[in-house]
Design a protein around this ligand. Structure first.
Ligand code: LLP
Length: 421
């Protein structure tokens, strides 16, 4: 994505002035570079095409979803991963082909299973042994299922952490025998068709090692147990750049490494390579989105800190307080030098409501200025809340110099719409 200052000193995204966007539509607002979202999707497609393998790319709705986002996913020929009745409803209301929807979740309710079955989703991802019985009970037709494996490997960014089944609420453990029991149960059911297996090693992973090692373990397990599958889904988790020093997953080289490794593992094991699936969320929308805020109170505590407060906070930006996540901020309406370290704070009544602890900003920043917080396209709107009765922000897609509203700002009325009088 191209974010740069124009000749008037205004920050632009894909050529559109973000000052104009903030002035025209108000703040806080989340703004996406639509071309960038499409580019990410196309890069994954191209990378897989080069491998010559059968593949599918599924967008993980949880990163950010709305009707227009779902339409874009369909236009770019990605499949869709949903994890709740609400995500499935959003997808169906957007007109997404249910055949290309996958339903996930470690505790799908009876109602969700019925809804997924009635909607004829492409497949349901089995996450427990109990669920197999539930699906079998409610299915009236043959239903495709994919078993989510807990391979006992979890990757956290740089290091591998070996975890036992007892540490994860997700999937059926290979090590503890639940996975093989799941396969047997599915095979014994007349209504369930075992389409494939799935794993997900973690989030914000920069390299390919974890995914490759897990694929090796899974392929060996499938071979040893004589399990034939049409699909192996490798999950999501590809990293993005939040701040200097972070690495955006190198899509072309990374997918080449993963697919080449799978081809050679399959050759070594004598295992026929099925369709390979991935489920990226963050790497599709994360860097393509930024949040615009207006600066309000600036408080300097001599020799201690300077707080620059903005008109949103943990209600639309929870990742700093929740994960200690790091972000970068840019002044939108002037291209002044960032010569000061300050704390950018939200406006909610909670001292943990911090956006960036040590932000580099120009010392000229004053009330009424606009700030852009970068890389807020994933898990921001989707994790937004109404804490402090804050309204959820509006969302725009920018393309060819035009801003298209995809989600309206929540109204005050909507905050009390479900309250009884
Ligand atoms: N597939 C499965 C089964 C997942 O559990 C996830 C993420 C994804 C795909 C997409 O992962 P991605 O490519 O977006 O990393 N709220 C957290 C992230 C939680 C992710 C949970 N699962 C955050 O803000 O970082």
């Amino acid at each position: 994505m191209v974010i740069e200052y124009n000749n008037n000193g205004e920050l632009t995204m894909g050529g559109t002035s973000l000052k104009t966007v903030a002035q025209s539509f108000g703040t806080p607002t989340i703004v996406y570079d639509e071309t960038q979202i499409r580019t990410q999707m196309r890069r994954f497609h191209e990378a897989f095409k080069k491998s010559g393998l059968n593949y599918n790319i599924s967008y993980a709705s949880k990163a950010f979803t709305c009707l227009q986002m779902v339409k874009l996913v369909q236009e770019e020929a990605l499949e869709l991963d949903v994890v709740s009745e609400g995500e499935l409803y959003t997808a169906l209301e957007a007109g997404f082909d249910p055949q290309h929807i996958h339903f996930h979740g470690n505790n799908k309710t009876k109602h969700e299973i019925q809804y997924a079955l009635e909607s004829k989703v492409g497949y349901i991802v089995i996450d427990s042994l109990e669920e197999i019985d539930l699906i079998d009970r409610y299915a009236s037709d043959v239903v495709n299922v994919v078993i989510r494996l807990n391979p006992g490997v979890e990757a956290h960014t740089h290091e591998f952490i070996q975890t036992g089944q007892e540490d994860s609420k997700f999937g059926l453990s290979i090590k503890h025998g639940l996975a093989i029991e799941g396969v047997r149960k599915v095979k014994n059911s007349k209504r369930l068709n075992l389409k494939g297996v799935h794993f997900h090693v973690g989030s914000q992973i920069e390299g390919t090692e974890a995914m490759i090692e897990t694929a090796r373990l899974v392929i060996q397990w499938l071979k040893e147990n004589d399990i034939e599958v049409e699909l192996i889904n490798l999950g999501g988790g590809f990293s993005i750049k939040y701040v200097e020093g972070d690495v955006s997953f190198p899509i072309e080289d990374g997918i080449a490494e993963i697919t080449e490794a799978i081809i050679s593992i399959a050759k070594e094991t004598g295992f026929p390579i099925p369709e390979i699936g991935i489920e990226p969320g963050r790497s599709i929308v994360g860097e393509a989105g930024i949040t615009l805020y207006e600066v309000g109170t600036i408080k300097t505590i001599p020799n201690v800190n300077k707080y620059v407060s903005i008109d949103g906070g943990m209600s639309d930006h929870i990742r700093t307080s929740l994960y200690d996540a790091q972000y970068e901020a840019l002044l939108v309406n002037r291209n002044d030098q960032a010569d000061e370290t300050v704390t950018i704070a939200g406006k909610l009544c909670e001292s943990g409501d911090i956006i960036i602890k040590d932000a580099k900003l120009p010392s000229t920043v004053k009330r009424g200025d606009y700030l852009a917080i970068l890389s807020t396209g994933a898990y921001h709107y989707s994790m937004a809340s109404n804490y402090n009765q804050m309204q959820k922000p509006s969302v725009f897609f920018l393309k060819d110099g035009k801003a298209r509203e995809v989600i309206k700002r929540q109204s005050l009325r909507q905050l009390i719409i479900n309250d009884t009088k």
